[in-house]
Design a protein around this ligand. Structure first.
Ligand code: URA
Length: 248
């Protein structure tokens, strides 16, 4: 078996992240540092170590979703000690990690697993899995602006692929503290946005490119998997059917 596949199977990280760890010199096989992914290993005999700790094959895979509140970083550990999504996953093995990420201020559906191959497949751009967001934006984007978002628009990460965008409602709300100098009510339009890419801050940057600020963003769905009525800050395990649907 290839070294990165074996380590990903053990649940430490996705295959992509493991390849990086190999190149960065964190992995040894029988005590010798291996720097090139693809190295063949004998699962029966070889001793594989990640930063000095022996890597054991996993016996059980875990799949769960969290309804992430705003204000939590999507990372396993923050050097500056800020709150991370891991703080919300109590009583779970340390081997699980988030599949993909949501910005600090973004809420909603975040998937976790310790199945590196599952995470790797789901994250691969070729799978084009749809992600659905609710976005509340300042002001009402014009028809032309929405067409530009639907067709694909240039953002700092490159041109976006076509997106599905539906305006759901428009509300007038009291001024936010950031805007309180004007004391004017604000118009907030709510959209459902469906994209199948994962460019950094993609939804926020798409609306920014047409002159609108996203004031709240929540992911509600990844492929067939919906957040449902899972309370904010809570997690639940996926059913075998849900796991199979994501793998399909
Ligand atoms: N788009 C964003 O702008 N932020 C996210 O967290 C996810 C998608």
């Amino acid at each position: 078996m290839r070294l990165e596949k074996y380590i990903a199977t053990s649940g430490i990280a996705s295959r992509r992240a493991v390849k990086r760890a190999i190149r960065e010199g964190h992995i040894t096989v029988n005590g010798a540092k291996i720097l090139i992914p693809g190295h063949p290993i004998d699962v029966e005999k070889d001793i594989i170590e990640f930063e000095g700790k022996q890597v054991q094959p996993l016996t059980e895979h875990i799949y769960l979703i969290l309804n992430k509140p705003a204000g939590y970083l999507t990372t396993r550990r923050d050097e500056r000690g800020r709150p991370t999504v891991m703080d919300l996953l109590t009583d779970l093995p340390k081997s699980i990690y988030p599949v993909g990420r949501l910005d600090l201020e973004t809420e909603g559906l975040l998937l976790f697993t310790n199945d590196g191959n599952f995470a790797n497949r789901l994250m691969h751009p070729s799978h084009e899995i749809e992600k659905t967001y609710l976005a509340w934006v300042n002001g009402i984007p014009s028809k032309r602006a929405l067409e530009r978002l639907r067709n694909g628009i240039a953002i700092p990460g490159g041109k976006t692929a076509p997106a599905k965008i539906k305006q759901l409602n428009v509300k007038t709300v009291p001024p936010s503290s950031a805007n309180s100098k004007t004391h004017k009510n604000e118009v907030v339009a709510k959209f459902r946005v469906i994209i199948h890419e994962g460019k950094k801050r993609q939804v926020r940057l798409m609306f920014k490119a047409v002159g609108h600020r996203v004031i709240r963003l929540k992911r509600t769905r990844i492929g067939a998997l919906g957040l449902g009525n899972l309370p904010q800050g809570q997690y639940r395990f996926l059913t075998p059917t849900e796991v199979a649907q994501l793998q399909a």
